[in-house]
Design a protein around this ligand. Structure first.
Ligand code: 5AD
Ligand code: SF4
Length: 459
């Protein structure tokens, strides 16, 4: 029997999804139970994101909702974990002079504030909160990797696996180095062991995570070594990874991706801007020319590789000309997908000291142009796949209907095919694409695909 019921919501990036599983692993070990119903919970935790202001505002709004629940159930503990806990610390508990209406409503009810490097002590902080005091743990660590902790994961096909934490890049717009601290990596052996266990449990896709995953280092082993070791665990288990920084995309890494059929041919490589002047102000440490040469090299080495990116519109001093250069770069790379954002000033960062001088209207207009262009490019790329064969990992029924199955290619594209009794979740199948939108491919089943046999043929 568990002590108390924990309900947790996760916001932000995949690192946070993985951290939530860590937190649940820690709490379950200490006798807590997990519930999916907020109104059944004794403890409500929000694992939060600070990357942009709108992420934080959403969480304040949500805290406001829980205030009602707390009125009905006075013993209820409400806790904030993650980047917002680290950034705002005691301010989340004490009164803050700033903040929106919903912000004010949220702040009064927080009993627990625990940052990303203090999850090991969560049971202790929860005891404090149950005793009627505030539980606060916001120290950042240079060594904490939670290497020995087994995350709590529901059964499934796809798993997140953090291999390093923190970020040392200090892009001038980004709050992450302040909320998640310095870079540190887990040991290669423990990561490989976890991939093994996942593979044996039936997981077919593992995504290695790090804010800067390709700067992973464990003694003599770099990220390419880690990828190769994970890929060798089982040919049936696909390995993905995110996020890569252009500075650390080595030739060795590209050759490693090319050499292992179960390492997906898909690289998320944030560019942020197509203007060298802006890239310099962002401290991104590369030029457009260098970035493009990396993309060319990757395309030469890894056949069929595809890319996605992150782009920010309206960074301080960005002119129409800088913006046009971003559009131009997008046309040259032709990304398969992109995550696109309006610049949001974050306190404590270098860019925060620059004037946020691109008015919101202009940021929005530029963002709209970026989104439309990406939409067009994705559409054209997907149209060009009509008539081609792709291998997909079947993930289950499509979201819209159980007459159809949904799967993804190794380049991360969603493919919908008609459901047939013989095709099961977790099967790899060859499909022929017959229709495409900018976000989805549609196809027909051709035959089953055996990744083990395929490798034997190509070995
Ligand atoms: N404003 C807007 N977007 C940001 N990102 C990071 N910080 C900010 C910010 N202050 C974006 C970057 C990064 C992605 C995770 O979020 O594009 O790659
Ligand atoms: Fe932030 Fe830059 Fe680090 Fe990414 S690489 S987490 S954008 S500082």
């Amino acid at each position: 029997m568990g002590k108390s019921n924990i309900y947790i919501e996760t916001y932000g990036c995949q690192m946070n999804l993985a951290d939530t599983e860590l937190v649940l692993g820690i709490l379950k070990k200490h006798g807590y139970d997990v519930t999916k119903q907020a109104d059944e919970a004794d403890v409500i935790l929000l694992n939060t994101c600070s990357i942009r202001d709108n992420a934080e505002q959403r969480i304040y709004g949500r805290l406001g909702n829980f205030k009602t629940l707390k009125n009905i159930k006075p013993g209820l503990i409400v806790g904030v974990l993650g980047c917002m806990a680290e950034r705002l610390r005691k301010d989340l508990i004490e009164d803050l002079p700033t903040g929106s209406q919903s912000g004010q409503a949220g702040k009064k009810i927080v009993d627990l504030v625990v940052g990303p490097d203090e999850y090991r002590r969560l049971p202790e902080f929860l005891d404090t909160a149950f005793n009627g005091e505030k539980g606060i743990g916001v120290k950042l660590s240079r060594t904490e990797t939670y290497d020995d902790i087994i995350p709590f994961r529901e059964d499934g096909l796809q798993a997140w696996l953090s291999v390093m934490r923190g970020c040392d890049k200090f892009c001038t717009f980004c709050v992450v180095p302040f909320t998640r601290g310095r870079e540190r990596s887990r040991s290669l052996s423990s990561v490989v062991e976890e991939v093994k266990q996942l593979s044996e449990r039936g997981f077919r896709e593992v995504t290695l995570l790090g804010q800067n995953v390709n700067s992973y280092v464990d003694g003599q082993n770099d990220f390419a070594d880690l990828l190769a070791a994970c890929a060798q665990v089982s040919r049936k288990t696909r390995i993905r990874f995110t996020t890569s920084h252009p500075q650390d995309l080595s030739d060795k890494l590209l050759y490693t991706i090319a050499a292992h059929p179960n390492i997906c041919n898909y690289i998320h490589l944030p560019v942020q801007s197509g203007s060298n002047r802006i890239l310099e102000l962002m401290n991104r440490t590369y030029t457009v020319e260098h970035y493009l040469s990396l993309i060319d090299k990757a395309k030469r080495i890894i056949s069929g590789v595809s890319f996605s990116t992150d782009i920010i519109s309206g960074f301080p001093t960005e002119t129409d000309e800088d913006h046009a250069m971003t559009l131009d770069l997008m046309k040259r790379v032709r990304y398969d997908g992109a995550y696109m954002f309006k610049y949001s000033p974050r306190e404590g960062t270098k860019a925060y000291k620059m004037k946020d001088d691109v008015v919101d209207e202009v940021k929005t207009k530029r963002l709209q142009e970026i989104i439309e262009l990406q939409h067009q490019i994705s559409y054209e790329i997907n149209q060009s796949l009509i008539g081609k064969e792709e291998v997909i990992l079947v993930e289950g029924f499509s979201r819209k209907s159980d007459q159809f199955l949904s799967g993804r290619t190794d380049t991360n594209k969603v493919v919908i095919i008609p459901a047939e009794g013989k095709i099961k979740e977790g099967n790899y199948v060859k499909v022929k694409i017959n229709r495409a939108t900018s976000g989805t491919l549609f196809g027909d089943f051709q035959e089953f695909y055996d990744p083990e046999e395929q490798l034997a043929l190509t070995a």
